[in-house]
Design a protein around this ligand. Structure first.
Ligand code: TRP
Length: 370
């Protein structure tokens, strides 16, 4: 690990992340109160993920808004590496992207990088990552995107469209750039080395500015894209970053789709959700009831509380009551978990129904090569 005791790269996240330090390390901008105010004014809404700092950092969000106010529309782009079923944490940037799409009435592209996960995961076959791409697409569609304005790109399926753009990008990035950015070594496979140019490609799929809502771990790809964009006569992508969503078992690191127990999948049944939260969700409570009543719990490190803050309880007043009650010892860890379980299962029962329906609509969303 680095001297900072945390590591954030697209393929590896570890440690207790200090987001202010990360902003400095990556060279991004913190979302300022002025920017928050500006977004609120334009959209007419104060989104809880912005207000609570779940989205905390950006690159050139102001330029996107300047253009927008002059009547120049941008488009949205985000993506997912299909290494397994979708988990709750993945939905954070997608839900926010959907809100942006609605508020700004813009096109949206969603990239599923079946090739990337085949390259980066020794145990996955291309067949498996392709299947997960379809599974993940269902979760994305289930969130309610409009097919007229939303296209899903699957790398192996849409390579014909992506390749000419990726080639432009690849020519401008040399081996030492990628090594420095991603920490590649002589053992890294060739697919990984070329891959960043494929993640860049959708930035240039329309001749308009692009805004990318994304987990901050993905920023390094777009740092490269931003460096090369002017060299190929294109505008730099603008970004808005969300924090990493903690794994059930504790703060530090992100929810990993390969760690079964540390993860709630969108496909989990209610009893499975209940079992996982009760058994694995890291608690900020005291070891026994008496001490908890006396000393109170620590919501800031309690994963159940964090999930409520990040996703499941948009109402600030309700969240504050939970925070205060837990801190004072009035609310027990088991009771806090019960609140989360109930919220998650309510969300998932609706989501799973929509996910089933999405199976009949997937073709309306898949990008067709021209
Ligand atoms: N590499 C990303 C992942 O592993 C997937 C991805 C592709 C992506 N394009 C993106 C993520 C654009 C954010 C924005 O999840």
């Amino acid at each position: 690990m680095s001297a900072d005791d945390f590591v954030v790269t697209p393929w590896h996240v570890e440690g207790d992340i200090d987001y202010d330090k990360l902003i400095k390390q990556f060279g991004t901008q913190k979302i300022s109160p002025e920017l928050l105010e500006r977004i609120k004014k334009i959209t007419g809404e104060d989104h809880f993920m912005l207000r609570r700092g779940i989205f905390f950092s950006h690159r050139e969000m102001n330029r996107i808004l300047d253009d927008y106010e002059k009547g120049n529309k941008f488009f949205l782009y985000t993506g997912r590496g299909p290494s397994g079923h979708t988990h709750i944490g993945h939905l954070v940037p997608w839900v926010f992207a959907k809100w942006l799409q609605e508020k700004f009435d813009v096109n949206m592209y969603f990239q599923l990088t079946d090739d990337e996960k085949f390259f980066s995961k020794p145990n996955l076959t291309l067949e498996e990552t392709k299947n997960f791409a379809y599974e993940n697409a269902l979760d994305f569609i289930a969130l309610g995107f409009k097919p007229e304005k939303t296209k899903i790109i699957i790398n192996t399926r849409n390579i014909q469209t992506l390749y000419p753009i990726a080639a432009q990008v690849a020519k401008k990035i040399n081996f030492s750039n990628t090594k420095a950015t991603f920490g590649f070594t002589n053992e890294t496979n060739l697919g990984m080395i070329f891959y960043t140019s494929l993640q860049s490609a959708p930035c240039f799929i329309e001749d308009k500015p692009v805004l990318i809502p994304l987990g901050v771990d993905q920023d390094p790809h777009f740092r490269l894209t931003r460096d090369i964009a002017p060299k190929i006569g294109k505008q730099k992508p603008a970004l808005i970053h969300n924090i990493m969503i903690p794994a059930l078992e504790g703060p530090g690191g992100k929810m990993s789709a390969s760690d079964e127990n540390g993860t709630v999948y969108t496909t989990d049944a209610p009893n499975v959700v209940k079992k996982k939260i009760n058994k694995y969700a890291f608690s900020g409570g005291q070891p026994d009831l008496e001490q908890h009543r006396k000393l109170g719990g620590n919501p800031d490190i309690d994963v159940s509380y964090q999930y409520l803050r990040i996703f499941f309880e948009p109402d600030d007043n309700k969240l504050k009551t939970i925070y205060d009650d837990y801190k004072s010892g009035k609310l027990l860890s088991g009771e806090l978990k019960a609140i989360l379980i109930e919220k998650m299962n309510t969300f998932l029962s609706i989501h799973q129904e929509k996910r089933e329906k999405a199976k009949d609509h997937i073709n309306e969303f898949l990008f067709e090569n021209k």
